[in-house]
Design a protein around this ligand. Structure first.
Ligand code: SF4
Length: 177
């Protein structure tokens, strides 16, 4: 059986979901027999490939860059997984929604800065007015809840996705359980 192509993507999240993915520890070795990680913050590839079988997306959509990225990923992915509560509900990043991007930028780059008090016009991507979950932009195939999803949950879900076998719900655990 040829290996499936797996991507993991980091939008507006804290990277905790990726840390929990890595917490699968030695089970990652067994997973590596079944998938090739073709794009991820944890590998060198910088271009999203033409076709990916499974993409795990961490984080909400908070900027123009995030929106472009999630639309591109959807167009090149068979099974798109919203990984964790930020991707599913916008969660922590959406705490800025009642305040708005202008006040956030002022606070970060002017009020809290001791030198060069100015809002950057390069490198920092243009923020959207509201941070929103990814299903408000593109179709999501699988929702993997948790902040973050536990390593056991990752393992159970990925095993089901990769083998095509039913999800073993008894293997799902809460983070820290
Ligand atoms: Fe971090 Fe939780 Fe959001 Fe994952 S769901 S990116 S762990 S805040």
């Amino acid at each position: 059986m040829s290996k499936l192509k797996l991507a993991t993507v980091w939008l507006d999240g804290c990277s905790g979901c990726h840390m929990s993915f890595l917490d699968m520890d030695e089970r990652l070795l067994a997973l590596a027999e079944l998938v090739d990680v073709v794009y991820s913050p944890i590998v060198d590839a910088k271009q999203f490939p033409d076709q990916v079988d499974i993409a795990l997306v961490e984080g909400a959509v908070a900027s123009v860059d995030d929106e472009k990225k999630i639309r591109k990923i959807r167009a090149h992915t068979k099974t798109l997984v919203a990984m964790g509560d930020c991707a599913i509900t916008a969660n922590v990043p959406s705490m800025r929604n009642p305040i708005g991007p202008a006040a956030i930028l002022d606070r970060a780059y002017k009020e809290n800065a001791t030198v060069q008090q100015q809002i950057p016009c390069v490198v920092v991507p243009q923020l959207l007015n509201k941070v929103r979950p990814i299903h408000e932009f593109v179709k999501v195939d699988v929702f993997l809840p948790g902040c973050p999803p536990s390593a056991d949950t990752f393992h159970a879900a990925l095993t089901a996705l990769v083998t095509g076998e039913p999800l073993d719900v008894s293997a799902l655990t809460r983070f820290g359980a």
